[in-house]
Ligand binder design. Structure first.
Ligand code: KG4
Ligand code: ZN
Length: 400
């Protein structure tokens, strides 16, 4: 099946065309075209993502990104089309909330032949509602124009499915599986009995782990998004073999349940800086080495907590495959530590996505949508009403 997938849940505008085969038994995905525009440089100025800014940038980028993807996948055929006015009116109605998008869309797609695509997958949640809506409206407009079904897709299911894509690791997932999802908005342990059967067995009570990385980085004066900056500093501390001075807590590590809490860790960073780095004029002053030492301690604390809870869940649910997804698994040290679990638990398979598939992308949305379409072909019949659901949760999808 050829899938066009669209992701706009946060600050990356992403479009891909993916060839999917093998069903749920042995899914395989070939990327025919992929384009991603990161808004990071725009949001850096504000130190975080403003939903209305994200929405505006998505609306600007979707049409050119799709054109590029069609070209890369050799599906871009220029042809004067003859769509009726009524159809354009309907599309204008679908795109009415998305500033400037309709004119862009009409100018481009009235000259492009319908590509051979089986369905369109679009992220419907969780994420920033205004940002999600742009992607959904764009997908519905394309679905209308080309008469192709549109499937709403859960972003977190996408992070889970990211391990199935073009990975050198061909080993098949064996159930029960456990997913550790670590991103900017989520920290969750998900028990997976089969594709489409998700049960959240642990989650954060406050900040997500990526959010804690970003907030700690901000305190240290590092640019947004801070996860990657902290990990660079921490790596510097390790390669230079700096002495370990800073001490931070490991919140909830002994709580006995599978929940997390990262807001205390972030506050502990603030207190550490205040108590150890303040000079007599009340200014927070530190050397680069002191910053690197604190970044390493922060990363070590996160790793210990994530490992402890994940290992507890592996034992508790007799897990055969551990899947890790979400932007934070782009972190080198976290990847290394989780990779070691295979040797520690006999028979355990650990699946980690390629680094480029760890952070937000649209290929993972195609993969998740393919599994759902395969398990429940009825969703490909007829146009669905799709709404942005900022707080969409993973659950049992009743697909079997
Ligand atoms: O999955 P993602 O791209 O977007 C969400 O769905 O939230 O995750 C983004 C998060 C950000 O908080 C970012 O700081 C974090 O992933 N991140 C990292 C690294 N690269 C990205 N955190 C730690 N180390 C990294 N190398
Ligand atoms: Zn994400």
């Amino acid at each position: 099946m050829k899938i066009l997938s669209i992701e706009t849940s946060c600050d990356e505008t992403a479009v891909s065309i993916v060839l999917a085969n093998g069903g749920v038994e042995s899914p395989s995905f070939e990327i025919l075209g992929n384009a991603l525009f990161s808004q990071i440089d725009i949001h850096k100025e504000f130190g975080g993502v403003y939903p209305m800014v994200a929405k505006r940038e998505h609306a600007k980028k979707l049409t050119p990104l799709l054109e590029k993807v069609l070209l890369d996948s050799k599906m871009l055929k220029i042809e004067e089309t003859d769509y009726p006015d009524k159809l354009w009116n309907d599309i204008e109605f679908i795109l009415k909330k998305e500033e400037g998008l309709y004119l862009n869309f009409k100018n481009k797609f009235e000259k492009i032949k319908k590509p051979e695509i089986d369905f369109i997958a679009v992220t419907s949640g969780p994420g920033l509602a205004p940002a999600l809506w742009v992607g959904i409206s764009f997908a519905l407009a394309l679905g209308k124009l080309w008469e192709i079904p549109v499937i709403p897709t859960n972003h977190m299911e996408g992070h889970i499915a990211s391990v199935l894509i073009e990975n050198n690791d061909e080993r098949k997932i064996i159930f029960p599986a456990l997913a550790l999802l670590i991103s900017g908005g989520h920290t969750e342990l998900v028990n997976i009995n089969n594709w489409g059967e998700y049960k959240i067995v642990g989650s954060t009570r406050d900040d997500a782990v990526g959010e804690a990385f970003d907030k700690a980085a901000r305190m240290l004066g590092l640019p947004y998004p801070g996860g990657v900056e902290i990990s660079k500093l921490a790596e510097y501390a390790r390669t230079k073999n700096l002495s370990k001075i800073a001490k931070l807590p490991r919140p909830m590590i002994h709580s006995g349940n599978l929940d997390f809490s990262f807001s205390g860790l972030k506050t502990a960073v603030l207190y550490y800086m205040r108590d150890n780095w303040k000079n007599e004029n009340n200014e927070i002053i530190s050397t680069d080495d002191e910053k690197a030492d604190l970044a390493r301690e922060f990363e070590d604390s996160v790793i210990e907590i994530l490992l402890k809870k994940t290992e507890q869940a592996i034992v508790q649910y007799c897990i055969k495959t551990l899947i890790i997804g979400g932007g934070v698994i782009a972190n080198k040290k976290i990847r290394e530590n989780f990779g070691l679990l295979e040797a520690k638990y006999e028979g355990l398979l650990v699946k980690i996505p390629a680094k480029s598939l760890s952070t937000d992308n649209s290929m993972m949305i195609a993969a998740a949508a393919y599994l759902n379409a395969y398990l429940n072909p009825a969703i490909l019949k007829g146009q669905q009403e799709i709404e942005a659901k900022g707080n969409l949760k993973l659950g049992i999808l009743n697909l079997h």
